[in-house]
Design a binder for this molecule. Structure first.
Ligand SMILES: Cc1cc2nc3c(=O)[nH]c(=O)nc-3n(C[C@H](O)[C@H](O)[C@H](O)COP(=O)(O)OP(=O)(O)OC[C@H]3O[C@@H](n4cnc5c(N)ncnc54)[C@H](O)[C@@H]3O)c2cc1C
Length: 434
């Protein structure tokens, strides 16, 4: 089955079209094969070229590199998350480990950006966890207490304070956390592609259809061609299970998002000329919404279980209607036809919100499953799984290995039924926040 994406992602379409795309058109051999060229695979390949210099490294993607989730996300490089079940102190130890991983993720992206002088609209402006419903006040207070106890700078804001900051009177309560960064995800991943070291061979639009281990090598089939590799790192995130990797531990969820055109000066003035901001929902299925550096508004307010391989135009347009309603609820002063681009993307989830980072066999490795925090964690996990695959150790690996492992999931069709029911329940609870 082929991964077919819409080609209407606003972040991607702001960039120059790439040229010099190489497809796999012959049988090849390599020391390392990295499958999937998002943040994880690109970071893994780059790190391999550093730590195991003279080896033959191949990176392959079913689509154009970076044009999966890595270009299609909302651009929050997070230091803290709220909707992973951590609203009280009951699982504090795990939350500490999780935020330690986020911290390393931010550092990994920062280091990359500094090293290559990347412009990705980086803004350390923090973020808001917000709700339009004061019933969420307790949850906000509990979370704020947890953040205080861990030393994360935060404050609770209400009504008019939020209106001044966000330019909408929709939100009644929020926890503002000053850590975390907003960026342009398309620019970031494009920089990772543009700066790939020369000793990495990148093949695109070349899907791996199947693989098997024969003696000490892994043989991967891509269309009519074969790749034999001494070691393989699977970085296909939401598509891990379709390659039989960690099949009973992760699953894909399809999200859709829209980006408006830049607001005119008058429109911007009408909403109070707020500085760039990002809001994440206090209720799990609520909307992610942000004001970008160039005065566009991004909204993401759908999450569902469906085939991760395709979202057709008609299905996408139904979701755009929900985005438009979400914008209108928040910004009645703005015209209702300002959406310029809309797209779908895949995230990978596990039952207990834990990430995958694993040596599966002597020469098979995988990293992925970050839910909505793959910008930093994907970059980190990519680098660190490469270090592990080259038989080396690091402090970061020790931190990563302290996390809870993803728990076992029931087989299909029970799994999809369970996910569907849970999402429907969360969606009802969050209906005011969509
Ligand atoms: C709408 C949306 C909003 C999000 N918001 C945020 C956010 O604000 N902050 C954040 O940190 N994260 C966010 N995420 C999640 C984030 O985008 C992902 O966690 C991140 O992209 C994962 O990176 P990755 O490299 O592991 O996977 P991906 O970027 O998904 O890359 C996997 C690659 O594998 C390729 N592939 C799949 N199957 C095969 C195959 N058989 N053969 C070859 N190649 C294959 C795909 O084509 C793809 O390019 C969001 C995601 C979406 C969709």
């Amino acid at each position: 089955m082929r991964v077919i994406n819409d080609n209407s992602c606003g972040w991607i379409n702001q960039l120059n079209k790439r040229t010099n795309i190489k497809l796999l058109e012959e049988d090849i051999f390599c020391d390392y094969l990295v499958i999937g060229a998002g943040y994880t695979g690109l970071s893994a390949a780059r790190k391999l070229s550093e730590v195991d210099k003279n080896k033959k490294i191949v990176l392959i993607d079913a689509q154009l590199a970076g044009e999966g989730g890595s270009s299609r996300n909302s651009g929050y490089l997070v230091d803290t998350t709220l909707n992973d079940g951590f609203t009280s102190n009951k699982d504090k130890e795990n939350y500490i480990i999780k935020t330690n991983i986020y911290k390393l993720g931010i550092e990994a992206v920062k280091k990359f950006i500094k090293q290559y002088q990347v412009d990705c609209d980086w803004n350390s402006c923090g973020k808001y966890f917000a709700s339009s419903n004061l019933k969420d006040e307790n949850k906000a207070i509990e979370f704020s207490k947890l953040l205080n106890s861990l030393g994360f700078d935060n404050k609770i804001l209400y009504n008019n304070q939020l209106k001044d900051k966000l330019g909408t009177a929709f939100y009644k309560i929020a926890i503002y956390t000053s850590g975390g960064v907003l960026l342009n995800p398309g620019k970031l991943v494009r920089a990772m592609i543009d700066t790939l070291p020369e000793n990495i061979k990148l093949y695109e639009k070349s899907e791996i259809n199947s693989w098997k281990k024969i003696n000490n090598k892994i043989e991967c089939i891509s269309g009519k061609n074969k790749i034999s590799a001494r070691k393989v790192i699977f970085c296909t995130n939401g598509f891990l299970s379709s390659l039989n990797i960690k099949k009973n531990y992760s699953f894909p969820i399809t999200l859709t998002a829209s980006l408006t055109r830049p607001l005119t000066n008058q429109e911007y003035k009408n909403i109070g000329s707020p500085k760039e901001w990002g809001v994440l929902p206090i209720r799990p299925m609520g909307a992610t919404i942000r004001m970008t550096k160039d005065k566009r508004i991004l909204i993401r307010n759908t999450a569902e279980t469906r085939s991760p391989f395709l979202m057709n135009k008609s299905d996408l347009s139904k979701r755009v209607k929900i985005h438009r309603e979400g914008l209108q609820k928040r910004f009645r002063q703005l015209p209702n036809d300002i959406i310029e681009s809309s797209w779908s993307g895949i995230v990978c989830r596990s039952g207990n919100s834990s990430q995958i980072f694993e040596k599966i066999d002597d020469n098979i490795f995988t990293a992925g499953c970050y839910n909505g925090s793959g910008i930093g964690v994907g970059t980190l996990f990519g680098e660190q799984i490469a270090i592990m695959a080259s038989n080396q150790q690091s402090e970061e690996i020790n931190v990563i290995q302290q996390r809870k492992k993803p728990n076992w999931l029931p087989p299909q069709p029970f799994l999809n039924f369970g996910i569907y029911t849970r999402l429907a329940y969360e969606r009802i609870k969050a209906r005011s926040e969509i």
